[in-house]
Write a protein that binds this ligand. Structure first.
Ligand SMILES: *[C@@H]1O[C@H](CO)[C@@H](O)[C@H](O)[C@H]1NC(C)=O
Ligand SMILES: *[C@@H]1O[C@H](CO)[C@@H](O)[C@H](O)[C@H]1NC(C)=O
Ligand SMILES: *[C@@H]1O[C@H](CO)[C@@H](O)[C@H](O)[C@H]1NC(C)=O
Ligand SMILES: *[C@@H]1O[C@H](CO)[C@@H](O)[C@H](O)[C@H]1NC(C)=O
Ligand SMILES: *[C@@H]1O[C@H](CO)[C@@H](O)[C@H](O)[C@H]1NC(C)=O
Ligand SMILES: *[C@@H]1O[C@H](CO)[C@@H](O)[C@H](O)[C@H]1NC(C)=O
Ligand SMILES: *[C@@H]1O[C@H](CO)[C@@H](O)[C@H](O)[C@H]1NC(C)=O
Ligand SMILES: *[C@@H]1O[C@H](CO)[C@@H](O)[C@H](O)[C@H]1NC(C)=O
Ligand SMILES: *[C@@H]1O[C@H](CO)[C@@H](O)[C@H](O)[C@H]1NC(C)=O
Ligand SMILES: *[C@@H]1O[C@H](CO)[C@@H](O)[C@H](O)[C@H]1NC(C)=O
Ligand SMILES: *[C@@H]1O[C@H](CO)[C@@H](O)[C@H](O)[C@H]1NC(C)=O
Ligand SMILES: *[C@@H]1O[C@H](CO)[C@@H](O)[C@H](O)[C@H]1NC(C)=O
Length: 712
């Protein structure tokens, strides 16, 4: 009976009030009678019929609605039928869900949303809302608050702690400022709290530990300081804990070792955490699937117990201060697919300490292995060929490896990247290189590899980056290099390569950087180079190239750096080069002659290097070259002088010439200027690239996944 009455009341009251309807008044009176005085308090809340008004006010503050979503929010239909709205079944007309996801809506979130007092779900994720959060203090029924991926830039209102039924708060990826509300711990029913990627400050509130129902906590990328509070060890249900990319200090929080049953994902990466890792970490957290401790200042050895975390799929310990040998216990991790230990002081000296490498052959799921920049000495074990056949990324650069690369490496046919750069490796690469047909990147620079560039290289048709610089490769550049249809960076500098630059270089249409400097290349610069339309950087200095500068260089509109210094190029400087937007044009130490063009790139003395070309004259004043007339006059005088003097000083000038030639030969013309000195510069770049790459793609930064994709 009561239910029937109530239904009638609410149905009546969802329509605009029509005065003089006696039946309604009677029902209302009955209603008040039956439910008594306590219920009268409700009258201070917004009237039931007004939810539609609050929605209209919300709509009216939207400044951009590219998909025309709101055209169907019109008075010709009941607001409960509007797309994105759900109403209560038991309280007709009352809005319980407002869900507008990924619509590019812009503008403020109207504060009228704070009057939708029956709201249980507010999901406006992945739009462009700016300004403040709506007032939350009347939303006592709110369970899901998802405003992630917007442009909100207010503080998180303290009133949020009064929405006691909240189960999910996702405010990640906004520009929120201020601190995490210190009383957030009173939201005892919260299971998901995500605040990552904001501009928050302050500390992790210790009372977060009171939310024992919390399952997912995301506080990454928000600049938090202080220690990780021990109270987090009380979060018995937490399975994902992402607090990387802050400025947290102190040691590894031992209290987290209490979370033995629940914790599956732990990221503390990119903080300032120090001291040793707890030796029992692996025994205490047996359910971990992903562990990110990279980019901190952890010291000491890799705990042997990590080998007991049998579910572990991803382990990142790179960029710390870890020392000692790498534990062979990692070989027990059958599910491991990603292991990065780069940029530490981990050691391998002598075959005993390489045991870990043999052990890793038991990790049959391994796809990525990064050991870059450690203290691994000696030869690469022959067991390298027994690593997981699915291995696709292997980087051991920046160690102290010596000897030859075991040909068994050719069995790793899935490799898409191989980095052995900055070691002391020797021998030829012929035996194995052609088998790695899936390679997209090969970096062998700064080693002592010898022999010719093998013809089998041409089988690596997927290469985008080929860096063989600073080795002792010799012989010609194989014409088959034209097979690299996707190559963007080619570095063969600082070797002993001979012969012509093959005209097939013109087939490398995706090339951006070509570095052939410091070799013994002869012949002319191929005109076909002008087909590499996207090329940015051409380095051919320190060779024995002859002929003229190709006029077709003027077609390379994207070119920024052209360095063909220290060769034997002759003829004029083509005036058409003036149209290039170069930041470096180094033509120095050649045999160029004639008048220097005046305009375009040549007008900027900071860009153009021309010294060491005795036949050049004129050009802009800034270049301080001899004027052309005076020069040619001087030349004539010299010519006659020589004609007179040759009979007299013939022998002396011949001796002088010989002396000059010898001098030229002995000057450090062949010195490898193009490359940074051993160890330093590249290693820093590689570390930075790696950091950036892992920052961008690592799961440690994962905030969530949804139908819209993955959010970091
Ligand atoms: C709104 O509807 C609910 C359910 O019918 C009722 O309990 C409440 O008293 C109504 N409020 C007003 C202000 O009419
Ligand atoms: C009003 O909304 C309905 C759907 O809810 C739509 O079919 C109709 O075209 C809309 N009317 C106007 C005038 O936009
Ligand atoms: C919310 O409701 C109250 C009371 O009905 C009203 O005074 C206030 O203006 C409303 N707020 C907004 C933003 O519409
Ligand atoms: C939270 O609720 C309490 C009591 O219900 C009230 O005193 C307090 O002002 C509310 N806080 C906020 C920020 O609205
Ligand atoms: C928390 O959730 C439980 C079960 O869903 C519920 O019984 C309880 O009332 C909720 N607590 C609060 C403060 O809403
Ligand atoms: C983090 O804090 C530093 C120093 O206070 C500041 O320079 C930086 O902009 C902050 N970053 C963010 C995302 O707020
Ligand atoms: C938030 O931090 C980012 C990155 O440091 C910065 O670009 C942005 O301007 C900051 N926004 C606010 C509102 O502080
Ligand atoms: C919540 O946490 C704080 C600080 O950790 C503690 O002092 C307080 O007693 C806790 N409250 C409850 C209700 O557990
Ligand atoms: C790394 O550890 C060594 C000794 O273990 C110490 O001398 C050095 O200062 C540490 N470096 C950093 C950056 O913590
Ligand atoms: C690899 O696994 C086999 C059998 O599962 C075991 O006998 C062997 O000791 C393991 N090797 C290493 C180096 O852990
Ligand atoms: C590489 O070998 C050279 C000579 O054999 C040696 O001087 C140098 O220290 C070695 N470098 C490394 C990093 O082992
Ligand atoms: C918000 O809506 C989107 C799209 O329906 C959904 O993927 C996301 O999980 C929702 N957020 C929450 C916290 O449920």
């Amino acid at each position: 009976m009561f239910t029937l009455y109530i239904l009638q009341v609410t149905m009546a009251s969802t329509r605009p009030r029509r005065p003089g309807k006696p039946s309604m008044l009677i029902l209302l009176a009955l209603f008040l009678l039956f439910f008594g005085a306590i219920r009268i308090k409700c009258a201070t809340l917004p009237d039931n019929s007004t939810d539609v008004l609050w929605l209209q006010a919300f709509r009216d503050e939207i400044s951009s609605d590219p998909s025309g979503w709101f055209s169907s929010w019109n008075s010709s239909s009941d607001h409960c039928l509007w797309p994105g709205i759900r109403c209560s079944r038991t309280h007709p007309g009352r809005v319980v869900a407002l869900e507008l996801f990924g619509l590019n809506l812009a503008g403020q979130i109207s504060s009228s949303v704070g009057n939708l007092t029956f709201l249980r779900t507010l999901n406006l994720s992945t739009n462009s809302f700016s300004g403040q959060l709506p007032p939350l203090n009347h939303l006592q029924k709110l369970q899901v608050l998802d405003l992630s991926i917007n442009q909100l830039h207010d503080t998180i209102p303290d009133a949020i702690v009064n929405c006691s039924k909240l189960r999910t708060i996702d405010l990640s990826k906004n520009s929120l400022v201020g601190e995490i509300p210190p009383k957030i711990g009173v939201l005892s029913n919260l299971s998901v709290l995500r605040l990552s990627w904001n501009n928050l400050t302050g500390v992790i509130p210790p009372n977060l530990g009171n939310i024992t129902s919390l399952e997912k906590l995301g506080l990454a990328f928000i600049n938090l300081t202080g220690n990780i509070p021990d109270e987090l060890g009380k979060l018995k249900s937490v399975s994902r804990l992402a607090i990387g990319s802050n400025r947290l200090s102190g040691g590894f929080p031992h209290s987290l070792l209490n979370l033995s049953n629940s914790l599956e994902f732990l990221s503390l990466s990119y903080n300032m955490l120090s001291k040793e890792l707890p030796s029992t970490i692996g025994d205490s957290l047996p359910n971990l699937q992903e562990l990110f401790l990279n980019n901190n200042m952890f010291q000491g050895q890799i705990p042997t117990s990590l080998g007991n975390v049998s579910a572990l799929g991803r382990l990142e310990l790179g960029s710390n201060n870890l020392t000692g040998e790498i534990t062979s216990s990692l070989g027990k991790l059958y599910n491991l697919h990603y292991l990065s230990l780069e940029c530490n002081n981990l050691e391998a000296i002598g075959s005993q300490s390489w045991e870990f490498f043999n052990a890793l052959t038991n990790c049959t799921s391994l796809e990525t292995l990064i050991l870059t920049e450690n203290q691994l000495h000696g030869a690469i074990p022959d067991t390298i060929g027994n690593l997981s056949p699915g291995l696709n990324y292997l980087s051991i650069g920046g160690n102290m490896l010596s000897g030859t690369v075991p040909p068994s490496i050719g069995r790793l046919g899935s490799l898409s990247f191989l980095g052995l750069e900055y070691n002391n490796l020797t021998g030829t690469i012929e035996e194995w290189i052609g088998k790695l047909t899936k390679l997209g990147g090969l970096n062998l620079q700064v080693n002592s590899f010898t022999g010719p560039l093998p013809a089998s290289l041409s089988q690596l048709t997927g290469l985008t980056e080929l860096n063989l610089g600073n080795n002792k490769f010799e012989g010609p550049i194989p014409p088959t290099l034209g097979h690299f249809q996707h190559l963007s960076d080619l570095n063969l500098s600082c070797n002993n390569l001979q012969g012509n630059i093959p005209i097939q270089v013109g087939s490398l249409t995706t090339l951006q950087t070509l570095d052939l400097s410091s070799n013994k290349l002869t012949g002319e610069i191929p005109e076909t180079l002008s087909k590499c339309q996207g090329i940015l950087n051409i380095q051919m200095a320190q060779n024995f190239l002859v002929g003229t500068i190709p006029i077709s260089f003027s077609l390379l509109q994207d070119l920024i750096v052209l360095n063909i210094s220290h060769n034997n190029l002759s003829g004029d400087i083509p005036a058409v080069l003036n149209g290039l937007q170069l930041s470096v044009l180094d033509l120095s130490y050649n045999n160029l002659e004639g008048e220097i063009p005046r305009d375009g790139v040549f007008a900027d003395a900071a860009v153009v290097l021309l010294q060491g070309n005795l036949g050049l004259c004129g050009g802009p004043m800034d270049l301080r070259m001899p004027a052309c007339q005076a020069f040619s006059l001087g030349k004539k005088v010299t010519y006659y002088l020589i004609r007179v003097l040759i009979p007299v000083f013939g022998f002396m000038s011949l001796a002088l010439l010989l002396y000059v030639l010898l001098l030229v030969k002995n000057t450090p013309n062949r010195e490898c200027l193009a490359m940074p000195s051993f160890g330093e510069n590249f290693l820093k770049v590689s570390y930075k690239d790696l950091a950036e790459a892992t920052l961008d793609f690592s799961e440690s930064n994962l905030i969530g996944r949804g139908s819209y994709g993955t959010v970091y």
